[in-house]
Design a protein around this ligand. Structure first.
Ligand code: HEC
Ligand code: HEC
Length: 384
């Protein structure tokens, strides 16, 4: 794993599933401008061209959507930022690939406008599929391709349960709604593992929806927090914490739901049940949670145990959706409920796993623990 990737991971060793892989340099470079960006939901978002220096095609895109869009490009081509950018000077147009990318963005917009009624059907990934050079000639596989199942076989598939039934089974599997309510806070300690490296991690959570996770890296603490209303990210290396954007808040509010099993039904306006591929040898049933004006969430449950094995979530960007997959494993009983002691957060360009080794329930946690520290200029002497 090269240095940039490691840096990207430090920036995003998120116990939760914040979807943006932030890049410290880009952020530092734009820190001044970004801090002027409106933080109140009511304010009109600042367009990217006012915050960044050299925006030609993505004009009018909300500034906080630019980096997620860049992440989408990197994900689609399977490249890092440096494929198009000069380190530390993202506004420069020195690399030909950046100029090509501008034309490609225009092409994507044109294809969708002219051939798909303006719906975003074609994205960078449609052609690139994780490579900088798309392949135009069909590939000859090593083995005979599998023929699609005959209609007779699929007709014999057993009827699927309803979404409510799947969720009810999940609630029972973790111990039931009453057992869940008996715990109101939790402290989990363990290790985070990525690319063969390990760091200590701590997750504090409090009902109904507060959560802070801290990864202790050699460069300092990497923090992902939600105080019940707003989310923030703390960076190692003395850079000031920053507020999460709307997509990041959407992601962490899912992770922060202390009573997730009983919250799921309230999160979605509709739940569709679909079959899915096995996970780790377990038969799986999939619930697709539909929400008004937001991307869907996919939830995979163990058909036998009823436990949640995987979620796949999407962050909307101007160019396409960035996916994040979380696998839950090593379920153990503690405090009358079953909890995953291990989870793996995977994205197109990397993954990390958290293993909990120590857990305490119902320990008092002060609300102040979840609050974003004041900016240095406005900081009062800390009352600990
Ligand atoms: C395949 C090429 C490509 C990759 C990979 C890429 N970008 Fe970009 N980036 C662009 C293009 C093109 C623009 C200009 C967009 C425009 O003109 O509207 C841009 C603009 C930017 C800007 C605005 C700079 C300024 O001040 O004008 C930032 C910041 C940025 N990218 C960050 C990133 C980050 C961070 C990554 C890695 C996660 C990344 N980019 C990956 C092509 C790329
Ligand atoms: C309709 C298919 C299609 C879409 C959509 C598409 N590309 Fe491409 N792209 C290509 C093809 C084909 C090439 C290779 C051209 C060549 O080999 O000269 C290419 C080449 C590139 C290159 C040059 C790669 C290199 O190695 O120099 C970049 C950068 C690039 N695309 C970025 C993007 C980005 C960013 C998007 C999304 C905004 C995108 N492309 C969407 C088909 C597409």
């Amino acid at each position: 794993m090269n240095k940039t990737l490691i840096r990207m991971f430090f920036a995003t060793l998120l116990v939760s599933c914040v979807l943006l892989l932030a890049v410290p340099r880009a952020r530092t470079q734009n820190a001044v401008a970004l801090s002027k960006a409106p933080t109140n939901a009511g304010d009109a978002p600042q367009p990217a061209e006012l915050v960044y220096k050299n925006i030609q095609i993505l004009k009018g895109t909300p500034a906080d959507q630019l980096q997620p869009a860049m992440q989408f490009i990197s994900n689609s081509l399977g490249v890092e930022c440096e494929f198009c950018h000069v380190q530390g000077a993202f506004e420069k147009d020195d690399k030909k690939s950046k100029q090509t990318a501008r034309k490609m963005i225009e092409m994507q917009l044109a294809i969708n406008r002219d051939s798909f009624k303006g719906e975003r059907e074609v994205t960078c990934f449609t052609c690139h599929r994780g490579s900088d050079r798309p392949v135009g000639i069909p590939i000859i596989a090593d083995e005979e391709p599998k023929r699609p199942e005959s209609p007779a076989a699929s007709a014999a598939a057993p009827a699927l349960p309803s979404g409510d039934q799947v969720i009810d089974k999940y609630i029972q599997a973790v111990g039931g709604a009453d057992a869940l309510q008996k715990n109101t806070s939790r402290v989990q300690k363990g290790t985070v593992n990525f690319g063969g490296r390990q760091f200590p991690v701590e997750v504090l959570s409090k009902a109904p929806n507060k959560r802070i996770s801290t990864v202790h890296t050699p460069n300092g603490d990497n923090i992902t927090a939600f105080d019940g209303h707003a989310g923030w990210l703390g960076n190692p290396g003395g850079r000031p914490p920053r507020d999460m954007n709307a997509q990041e808040v959407d992601a962490i509010s899912f992770d922060a739901a202390f009573y997730l099993p009983t919250e799921i039904k309230k999160m979605f306006t509709q739940m569709r049940v679909r079959p899915a591929e096995k996970i780790g040898g377990h038969d799986v049933i999939q619930v697709i949670g539909i929400r008004e004006g937001k991307p869907p969430v996919r939830l995979m449950f163990d058909k036998d145990s009823g436990l949640l094995l995987r979620t796949i979530r999407y962050a909307e960007t101007p160019l396409g959706r960035n996916p994040t997959q979380v696998d839950y494993a090593d379920y153990r009983a503690d405090g009358g409920v079953k909890l995953p002691f291990q989870w793996t957060v995977a994205r197109p360009l990397g993954r990390f796993t958290i293993q909990v080794t120590d857990i305490q329930q119902n320990v008092p946690i002060d609300d102040a623990k979840f609050a974003k520290p004041a900016a240095p200029s406005e900081q009062k002497p800390a009352a600990k």
